[in-house]
Design a protein around this ligand. Structure first.
Ligand code: UD1
Length: 427
């Protein structure tokens, strides 16, 4: 088993770091390549575990995928299956993003219940409902869901909630459907705009991504294309917190500050100085402890749920009491228990965490919950804690961050990946 060891926390991180391409933008784009038998070239694909699973799904469907560093060439001309193997579905929730494109390509799809982060119940009912509205039929039996729909038809669809994955699946299903589709109450995340740009470069006709109404004019035929994925706003936010929590100074390269507005606002409210210059963003902490904050997670452009755990770590060291409210997922506070082992004072009441700031956190042996941002939050806490911290069960962190440890080393952190025997973990 692997762990992340921080030999000595409380060291201000300094220097610059290049932010990788967005995982959550890359995943639906990779799924979109199934829509049309063609060749695709993608740049700024992050090297991380979820992308490897997506690559494995494409290969299981009969696609050819070559990855060299951050470039990926995908050939979907010889695809011969519309069934996603169960063991891959279980490894990553984003596999459900193949439902729309496989229906669009083969008029058929077979999936099982998806896995992924353990952050409360994450049903796929809205995905199914949306695709049904486009004319697909579904049948569930023995844990598998099979969908048919050889001629999907455009429709006006009003989402119950601006779900990111549902919006993407409907866009993917509608891109080759007959007629026009309108998605109302659509999710507005930047990753959806990136998917629109990718699909349009394939010849699709989509407008409105980034607003709550997306209009898709179905096209009979699309084509292969080249695309560069947007920078990862959650990785960027994680490094901003790394700068703030260690009271250092970090310059982030390859960011789109506009995508981070709600995070930037909270970092500033906490008392940190931020300088934007083109596609760079610098945080300067001037050695100060953060002010306490009141944060509620919301769909974009609200404060992202994917930054909630990292801010819980930061606010553990704030001056005063903070309240963090999680509105998107039901059970996304498991990191609180582990932070408490490091000396944090946190009380979780339903969807809210009340965090009483302490002057110091202490290094400890902690377990990453099976959720990737929660694991990152523990690493951040370890970087700020006195003495040595060991975070075990890090495979979920590796699902979502490209070279997190290497990038933190580059900023001066005394951090490394270690191999632990099972007995060490238990003892
Ligand atoms: C995406 C992101 C994830 C982020 C989340 C919210 C990817 C690969 N993942 O996940 O990192 O945390 O957006 O910003 O882009 N829901 C249902 N039924 C459904 C679908 C969703 O009840 O059919 C619920 C979920 O349980 C959750 C809420 O809707 O409570 C939001 O989920 P959604 O926006 O769909 O998130 P994902 O697309 O899964």
């Amino acid at each position: 088993m692997q762990g992340i060891k921080i030999r000595q926390g409380e060291k201000p991180l300094r220097g610059q770091v290049k932010i990788s391409g967005s995982k959550n933008a890359a995943l639906p784009i990779m799924a979109a390549t199934v829509l049309e038998p063609a060749e695709y070239i993608l740049s700024d694909i992050p090297v991380l575990r979820d992308i490897k699973v997506m690559k494995a799904v494409l290969e299981a469907l009969g696609g050819k995928v070559e990855q060299k560093g951050n470039s990926m060439r995908i050939d979907t001309r010889d695809l011969n299956s519309a069934e996603i193997p169960d063991f891959l579905m279980r490894r990553m929730r984003a596999s459900i993003l193949f439902m729309g494109p496989l229906l669009g390509r083969f008029g058929k799809v077979k999936v099982s219940q998806p896995g992924g982060c353990s952050i409360g119940p994450r049903p796929i009912d809205w995905h199914v409902k949306g695709l049904k509205q486009l004319g697909a039929r579904f049948q569930e039996s023995h844990g598998f869901l099979t969908g048919w729909g050889s001629s999907l038809k455009g429709k006006e669809i009003h989402l119950d909630f601006p779900s990111v994955g549902t919006t993407e699946n409907i866009m993917l299903g509608a891109a080759k459907a007959r007629g026009n589709t309108i998605i109302r109450n659509a999710a507005r995340e930047p990753e959806i705009v990136d998917l629109q740009n990718f699909l349009n470069s394939m010849g699709a006709e989509i407008i409105g991504a980034g607003t709550d109404m997306i209009k898709i004019t179905g096209k009979k035929e699309l084509s292969g294309t080249e695309h560069t994925v947007i920078p990862d706003r959650i990785e960027a936010g994680t490094f901003l917190v790394a700068g703030a929590i260690t009271r250092g100074e970090i310059k982030l390269l390859n960011v789109i500050p506009e995508h981070l507005e709600s995070v930037i606002a909270k970092i500033k409210e906490a008392g940190f100085e931020l300088t934007e210059e083109g596609d760079t963003l610098t945080i300067n902490s001037a050695g100060t402890a953060p002010n306490s904050l009141d944060i509620k997670t919301h769909p974009y452009p609200g404060f992202p749920t994917d930054m909630q755990p990292q801010f819980m770590a930061l606010l553990s060291l704030a001056r005063g009491t903070s309240v963090l409210t999680e509105n998107i997922f039901e059970n996304r506070m498991k990191h609180a228990e582990e932070l408490k082992r490091m000396g944090a004072k946190i009380r979780v009441e339903g969807r809210a965490a009340i965090i009483e700031g302490v002057p110091r956190l202490y290094g400890a042996f902690v377990e990453s919950p099976p959720a990737l941002r929660a694991g990152a939050a523990l690493v951040l806490a370890g970087l700020a804690a006195e003495g040595e911290t060991c975070v075990v069960d890090i495979e979920h962190i590796e699902r979502g961050y490209e070279n997190l440890v290497g990038k933190l080393q580059q900023l001066g952190a005394e951090i490394e990946i270690i191999h632990l025997e099972e007995e060490e973990k238990n003892g």
